[in-house]
Design a protein around this ligand. Structure first.
Ligand code: NAP
Length: 249
């Protein structure tokens, strides 16, 4: 009998959960537990880590999981690696639901870097007004460049003091082109540091930077992962599970 595990983390995971519930598929939705009060969705849930790849493999066996859907954030590489390893070990089919990365278009000024350390390394020496759009677990390395005036934006208020002087915005979004234009203008942002998450939800800041004549963006590439089956839409995951969906493509 089919029993699916959704490794949640992105907005599409919620849409997928709704489709899976509608199709009457037995499934569990797993949250990483990093953000507070996750959005409601209609499947039984569990919260928190499994204890690495071996812990996940044990869980898959114990719970009789027949299909795993990795719908974690493209930068949640640890969980994705664990899923590949545990599914290989247990012979459980795995699919990743992952939106395509953004591509640069005319008018964008991107400085493309492979990781956070490289992003810190390309910051200017002189003080600049910088918007760090990267999530609180990644900001510590910017403490090495304290001369800048940083603006940071988090989903939840920070629990510990930040390692540098910063204006903190707490917001879950969604962010619109207008609201991002307003933020960049009001704070006279000179440089943005962003991760190439892809999707529509986070792209407004990229569009806003272009509109303002090409505010430079230090764009951090996604982590490299071993080969895996990967699709970009909920519909394709449902097809993989052998079901039709009520969604468009
Ligand atoms: P990560 O580095 O890949 O994961 C760290 C550990 O958190 C994993 O090894 C795993 O613990 C646990 N974990 C992650 N996702 C889980 C899930 N869906 N269910 C159960 N355990 C999970 O990921 P992260 O960057 O810390 O992100 C944590 C969660 O927040 C993920 O679900 C991710 O999708 C979501 N999220 C992350 C970002 C981001 O920017 N990184 C943005 C939006 C949402 P064990 O090894 O003990 O199993």
């Amino acid at each position: 009998m089919m029993r699916a595990l959704i490794l949640g983390g992105i907005a599409d995971a919620g849409l997928l959960a709704a489709e899976i519930a509608r199709a009457g598929i037995d499934a569990v939705y797993s949250y990483g537990g990093r953000t507070r009060a996750p959005a409601d969705q209609p499947l039984p849930t569990r919260i928190g880590g499994f204890g690495g790849a071996s812990g996940l493999a044990d869980y898959l066996r114990r719970e009789g999981i027949t299909h795993v859907i990795d719908a974690t954030h493209p930068f949640a590489a640890e969980m994705s690696r664990n899923a590949i390893e545990a599914c290989t070990e247990t012979g459980t089919p795995l699919i990743a639901l992952e939106r395509a990365p953004w591509s640069k278009v005319a008018g964008d000024r991107w400085i493309e870097v492979p990781d956070i350390a490289a992003a810190v390394a390309v910051l200017p020496e002189q003080s600049a007004r910088i918007f760090l759009a990267i999530g609180r677990q990644h900001i510590a390395p910017f403490g090495a460049e304290p001369q800048h005036r940083y603006t940071v934006r988090f989903v939840d208020p920070p629990e510990a003091p930040l390692p540098f002087d910063a204006d903190v915005i707490v917001s879950r979004g969604p962010f619109t082109l207008d609201s991002e234009l307003d933020l960049l203008r009001r704070r006279t942002i000179q440089l943005i540091v962003a991760r190439n998450s892809g999707g529509d939800g986070a792209r407004a800041k990229i569009d806003a930077a272009r509109r303002l004549g090409g505010v430079p963006i230090v764009m951090i590439a996604r982590p490299q992962l071993p080969e895996r089956l990967r699709v970009e839409s909920v519909t394709e995951v449902m097809q993989w599970l052998g079901h039709r969906t009520s969604l468009g493509a």
